[in-house]
Design a protein around this ligand. Structure first.
Ligand code: ZN
Length: 96
């Protein structure tokens, strides 16, 4: 984890209300990771707009997949609400 990520950690968790934005569940801080919405391996930036809160389980499942790829992968596991999908689309736009 980069120092930039570390510095923004609390801010991101607070902004996202300690809720994993992939499965929509709330977790204690110790069970949360910061996820790069667009993986660094795919050109994602180390900026607040490219970070989101993810639980350990979702973060591990996501790996280096992009959000659209990941959403396809978890479609069968989680019921993504329209609001959450809209949120993800919005942050994806901002991350450009
Ligand atoms: Zn999750």
């Amino acid at each position: 984890m980069s120092s930039t990520t570390h510095r923004h950690k609390d801010f991101i968790f607070k902004r996202d209300n300690y809720t994993c934005h992939y499965c929509g569940k709330k977790f204690p801080k110790s069970k949360l990771h910061i996820d790069h919405i667009i993986p660094k391996s795919k050109g994602g930036k180390d900026g607040v707009s490219n970070f989101t809160t993810a639980c350990i389980k979702c973060n591990l499942l996501k790996g280096s997949l992009s959000v659209p790829e990941f959403l396809l992968k978890i479609k069968k596991r989680y019921i993504a609400t329209k609001a959450r999908l809209a949120y993800l689309k919005r942050i994806l736009k901002n991350a450009d």
